[in-house]
Design a protein around this ligand. Sequence first.
Ligand SMILES: [Zn+2]
Length: 163
Amino acid sequence: MKTIILTLLTIITIGCNGNAQKESKATSKFEVTKTDAEWKKLLTPQEYAVLRKGDTEKAYSSELNDVEESGTFVCAACAKELYRSEHKFDSGTGWPSFDRAIEGGVSYGTDSKLGFERNEIHCAHCGGHLGHLFDDGPRETTGKRHCINGVAMNFIPDAPKKE
Ligand SMILES: [Zn+2]
């Protein structure tokens, strides 16, 4: 009899957890959530391909690759602040590269699209695909290379300092 009651209790408990999980699954881990169709309307075809489909832009295709002035790189989809110009370095790869992100700006996942695992970098706010993280960055700083698609970002120059 005790066993039956325990079994029943277990079933009831699992049942509750099951429901709870379903509910939390419906809400994404990212704050900004839109349907595919909504993103398509909001983004240019190039932005959509990279941010929502994980494509990689052609090397040297982004004008952000050459930005040297001081400012902030923000997500092209949701305007979240991602990278600062002082952490940008010339990696010679043809993609904007940074040795670190603004804290809380990006999150990481795993991508095995090319047959091996790479650390994928997402916007922490909307989940948009930004690029990949490598360990061959400048040794004198972090040793990390955030290899980012320029099309996934917009650049906001710092306001000129008031004298
Ligand atoms: Zn974003």
